[in-house]
Design a protein around this ligand. Sequence first.
Ligand code: GLN
Length: 544
Amino acid sequence: MPSTKYIFVTGGVTSSLGKGIISASLAKLLQSRGYKVTIQKLDPYINIDPGTLNPYEHGECFVTDDGAETDLDLGHYERFLNVPTSRANNITTGKIYQSVIDKERQGIFLGKTVQVIPHITDEIKYRIRLLAKEGDFDFVITEIGGTVGDIESLPFIEAVRQMKWELGTSALVIHLTLIPFLSAAGELKTKPTQHSVKMLLEYGVQPDILVCRTEHHLSKELRRKIALFCNVSPSAVIESIDASSIYDVPLLMREEKLDEVVLEKLKIENAKPSNINDWENFVTRLKNPSQTIDIGLVGKYIELKDSYKSIIESFIHAGVVNNCKVNIQWIHSEELNSENVSSKLKKLQGVLVAPGFGHRGIEGKITAIKFVRENNIPFLGICLGMQCAVIEFARNVLGHKGANSTEMDSATAFPVIDLLESQKKVKNKGGTMRLGSFPCSITHDSLAHKIYDSDVIKERHRHRFEFNNDFLSEFESAGMIASGFNSEQGLVEIVELNNHPWFVGVQFHPEYKSTVEKPHPLFVSFVGAALKQLSTKEKQAIEN
Ligand code: GLN
């Protein structure tokens, strides 16, 4: 294709309609026709990135290979496309203003009044085109966060208006909207959609395609009505019916011919047919598991499941590989103690202890780990979860009472987890953790080596604390070995137990790298171990 095409996705009526999933689904369909596609998220808030946001505010913070802390929608983009995103894929209002203000201080606009239009909108447009140039993409899909009409997203909408004007048929706007069903009237209602399109029109943007979220199918008549009121062709009114899984959405969008309409509007002829057989196979397997297992997820943000988005999706991918459905049992770390731990965990086939920050819930996590270690229940600890496994081992196996991470107890006599050397001078909180992809060498003959089948791996990180190497030989002689090591920085990346069926703690975040095409080997193996646990327990039950 001669030049990049730009697709903008806006949202109307309400938030949480799933712009990220629609964008990722369209991208998947275009990718399945052989195009090179990327997706970008523009977030209207002032934070430079979501790295300093509490998960309750924003859900999970997704980390890219290049160490950007980003919106969780980037996780969907990667899981659907199996292509890594980067810093350039997530831009916030804060980032835009920061660079415009930096330029102003450098004197780049000398003599001029710096204004929202053109300076802020120019910076937005520059960031959109930059992504296209950097990756040499056929399509850049840009998702505008928030809902049309929000004061804070206005400069983004204005940038879309300008780009549409400048690019002509090389750009189009998809507006995602809601068609609510009023049960009292027994009818689907189009008025909110009409109003949100009117609002877009007030800003000078005519959407080309409407994707309508709905609980009930849209009749032809209703589609015609929406088309008439909103100046789009009836074929450009796309139904997006509630789906049982996000992985259905690309298939539903293909049935609705979203990709065909996009190609037609962008005047792209002779596109290759789409081939998403692998995706269809994945969905068929997802819907027909032969067994179900229960895995406990111990964390402190479980009231908001989005805090663990990538972990949830990684379990779905790994379940499909193992032909089973993984039921996540949510366990609040603050509610776990030595009295109730057995009743809460004994029926589970595996336990994952989640990442996190700060003291809250830490003792519950340690209690859970003691139980799974002593009862041979498969265990995966991620980041803080791995650090808790180290603390637990120090206290209960090495006999170091009061062992802790200096994050929780700076005066502990046994600082088995301690601040990274590189963090000691860090004062600012934003974007200063050990972030992004780093290599890790895997010890031969370890469980980790069996899982990865590789000598060197690369995984993504987000932490300030690490295993304290002063204690390493003591741990190893007692049976907890470091099977993954970053030799450049001298950091333990993986710990595992010798005398346990499956006990692995990782300092990195494997959940950020699991995709439909490449389910993460650690999750696949963990779920496999949990399944084995199930069959052993079943056998024992029959024998008894
Ligand atoms: N709080 C821990 C650290 O900073 C763990 C971080 C995490 O779980 N992402 O090292």
